[in-house]
Design a protein around this ligand. Sequence first.
Ligand SMILES: [Zn+2]
Length: 120
Amino acid sequence: MGTQTNKKKFSAFRPLLENERQELVERLAEFGEGGNDLNYDSNFADSSQVTAERGEVDRLILELKDALVLVDSALDKLQNGTYGVCENCSKEIPPARLEAKPSARYCIECASKVKSVAKK
Ligand SMILES: [Zn+2]
């Protein structure tokens, strides 16, 4: 498959990815996450309750950042014509999967394999 064909074939996913990216950036901004560093309000009380809540926020922020990395890399792949190919087995990712998750890096089969190996 040529690069141009790939680009044309998946061009419909670009606005989806850009929307998703925008959403993630806005949600991160709500947490005060404009950049790459985690900065906390120094007014946070140092109680265990707050620590637990902070852990929740931490996890959410990390999830949002992970998702953002995936979306960015999908946009890169759209740009260089490697979008829609599984990063693990190099097979094409089924369009139905991409429609459900435009930032998917793996085909369904590999996604379940990768998930069971690398538990977060
Ligand atoms: Zn695969």
